[in-house]
Structure formats: C-alpha cells, structure tokens
Design a protein around this ligand. Structure first.
Ligand SMILES: [Zn+2]
Length: 160
C-alpha cells in the first residue's frame, strides 16, 4: 500500500480589480449576469460568464423552480447557452460570482459537483485547458484547468 497525494495549484487575488484585464472583464460580466438570477428559494444569486475562443462572452444565471430538480446553476446555464448558440466554438474560460440577496460573498462561491463535471465535458470538447475564475469580493481564485477543481475527472472509456 502506498499513500498518494493530489496537489491543486491556483492563483489568488485580493479582488476582481486585481485580475489581469481579460479575466477582470469576464468576472465583471459574471457580476452583471447575476442580475438575471432567479432564486426565490435559496436567495443565493449566482452569475457566470464564459469566454469563447473568438472572444465572445456568453452570460448565465441560476434559475430556480418550484420543482427543485428543474432549476439550473448559473455556470451550467452559461455553458449550455454557449453550446446551443455557438456549437463550433470552444469555451476558453469561465467566471463565477455569487452571494445572498444579490450581494457578492467575500470568499469565492464554488461550483457544485454537477457543474464541475459539465466543465470537464466542455474542456474535453475544446481539447485544451479551460480556465476557471471563482470571484469573491475579497478573494478571487483562478484555476488554469478544470482538472485543478475536479481532480480524477470521470471520462468515458473511449478516452482511456
Ligand atoms: Zn452547479
């Protein structure tokens, strides 16, 4: 038996304004996208924005429903909107921001497991690393690839 470790590398910034220009622009698009959040049950409003390989930015926001499983997270709504409107363009980056009652948490809001798996699929489809930016008001984390936020990614057998 051997004990193994997995290390995760990410960058930490003190605010959205400290980010490099392109990442700042995407994080601010996520903040704007949160205005469209519909979260009457959790009151936790989340915005997301993806940047495609040609620079196009596609927003998303969480949408809740009386039938709870029918709702969708902000990051999945953004990724699926990108997939539906621009099926041939790879997603390069994803930014997420959230907080209660249209505020932004000090620490980054982190994506649920289902969204991480969808990120993995978009990265696989793109064939190159997809950057993930998790923005809080006082802390921003930047992951260079989905693998860093979802270690031991599930992939179908055709990839092994
Ligand atoms: Zn999610």
């Amino acid at each position: 038996m051997e004990c193994k470790e997995i290390k995760i590398a990410y960058l930490e910034y003190g605010s959205i304004d400290e980010l490099p220009q392109e990442e700042k622009e995407l994080a601010k698009a996520a903040v704007k996208a949160a205005n469209a959040s519909y979260a009457p049950y959790s009151n936790f409003n989340v915005g997301a924005a993806v940047r495609l390989e040609d620079g196009t930015i596609v927003p998303g926001a969480n949408q809740e429903n009386d039938a709870f499983p029918s709702g969708i997270c902000a990051e999945r709504s953004a990724m699926y909107a990108a997939g539906a409107h621009y099926p041939d363009k790879a997603v390069r980056e994803l930014a997420i921001v959230g907080g209660p009652n249209h505020t932004i948490c000090d620490d980054p809001a982190t994506p649920c497991g289902a969204c991480r798996q969808v990120m993995a699929q978009f990265q696989k489809k793109a064939g190159k690393p997809m950057k993930v930016i998790l923005a809080g008001a006082k802390k921003v984390w930047v992951f260079q690839k989905v693998d860093d936020i979802l270690p031991l990614i599930f992939t179908s057998l055709d990839n092994k």
